[in-house]
Ligand binder design. Structure first.
Ligand code: TRP
Length: 378
């Protein structure tokens, strides 16, 4: 039976069946065993694990073994700088920051300005570079540890990355990239090569240390195809297979699908003004009825409501409050206007504080940047 959704690193559309994706991609569900390891090592259960937002993984059992043996691990994640940062991007980064705090580990953060240049006809290299530095401010604003967080642009940190990427590229065939990414003979050769650039940072920490260290990649599940390829070739070039922690994608304010930066009115950007946020949430798709009268009688449907999803994914940490909202929505007691107002206040408070930290980040940006000369010395 054909799926009625598409999830690739470059296209996310339709009504995503996340359980089905686990089967299609061949990943593992984050089960009670993995959950209890998180609890054992952090002393708590993070909301994103409890709610199944981070819900799939590869090799997390091995990561915990390396924690327990003292071998340790590092993290790697990334951003394709095709525009400004929106809340959908921040979501996995919030969890990544939490993991850094809890495990005290290093994070390598890749900015794939090359990717966005090669895949997008409308972006120049100046654009993608500019967005990479803009996006870096958002990362820093989340409070990552400057001593332990290393951000780099593919086009700038190329000395170190290129040497790893060519080792990867030598092992990946055109057939593989066609099968995994759906490329064909008309695809530009930069795009075909690109997966070796996204794989490289998974091995970079081992190269910089001169010894192998396991790496976990927290990311939205649409990025998994790259790492499936990376895992297949990892041992063949002398490294551990990268482990993964996959999350679901924050829906857009228009309903299902990944929050897309190409539809600016259905995403909330970190640079948005309070009045924009208010307007966007005001126009959001909800599970409400056409008229207030009808909704009071029939109730709303939180399962399809984007406002509810935003509260669920990020803005309402309190489970009891969330449950209460759901019940009152279904019974018709709670109307969409109230939920929209509640979410608007939460988002505006968050974004205003974020914007202050984002401005301060300009001063300390260089502390976070991994530069080729520095990499060579390590
Ligand atoms: N390709 C990703 C994007 O378009 C960016 C990226 C690079 C990434 N490396 C990563 C994302 C590692 C998650 C994990 O957004």
């Amino acid at each position: 039976m054909p799926e009625n959704f598409v999830v690739t690193p470059w296209e996310v559309t339709g009504d995503i069946d996340y359980e089905r994706l686990i089967e299609m991609f061949g990943t593992q569900k984050i089960d009670s065993k993995i959950i209890s390891k998180f609890v054992e090592h952090t002393g708590e259960l993070h909301t994103m694990l409890r709610r199944g937002i981070f819900y799939s993984h590869r090799d997390m059992d091995k990561i915990f073994q390396d924690v327990e043996s003292g071998a340790g691990f590092v993290m790697y994640t990334g951003r394709g700088p095709s525009g400004h940062t929106h809340l959908g991007h921040l979501m996995p980064w919030l969890f990544t920051k939490y993991l850094q705090d809890k495990f005290g580990i290093e994070l390598y953060f890749q900015m794939t300005d090359d990717e966005k240049f090669m895949f997008n006809q409308n972006l120049t290299m100046e654009d993608t570079r500019k967005y990479a530095y803009e996006n870096a401010l958002d990362i820093i604003a989340l409070g990552f540890d400057p001593e332990k967080t290393h951000i780099f642009l593919d086009t700038e940190y190329s000395n170190q990355l290129y040497k790893i990427a060519i080792k990867v590229a030598k092992k990946v065939t055109f057939n593989t990239t066609k099968a995994v990414f759906g490329f064909n003979n008309s695809t530009n050769i930069g795009s075909i090569w690109f997966t070796s650039m996204q794989a490289a940072p998974a091995f970079l920490p081992s190269v910089l240390r001169g010894r192998n260290i396991r790496c976990v990649i927290p990311c939205a599940i649409d990025q998994d195809p790259h790492f499936r390829v990376a895992r297949d070739i990892a041992e063949g070039i002398g490294f551990y297979k990268p482990a993964l922690l996959h999350c679901k994608m924050l829906p857009s304010l228009a309903g299902s699908d990944k929050m897309s930066a190409s539809l600016p009115n259905t995403s909330i950007f970190t640079i948005d003004k309070p009045k924009d946020i208010k307007k966007k949430i005001g126009n959001a798709f909800t599970g409400g009825c056409v008229s207030v009268e009808e909704q009071k009688v029939k109730g709303g449907n939180p399962d399809i409501c984007s406002v509810y999803q935003y509260l669920y994914y990020i803005f309402e940490e309190n489970d009891a409050k969330l449950e209460d909202r759901k019940t009152k929505c279904r019974s018709g007691e709670l109307l969409c206007g109230y939920c929209k107002q509640y979410l608007t206040e939460k988002v505006v408070t968050f974004i205003e504080a974020h914007q202050v930290r984002r401005e301060q980040a300009r001063e300390i940006l260089e502390k976070f940047m991994l530069r080729d000369c520095q990499g060579e010395e390590k």
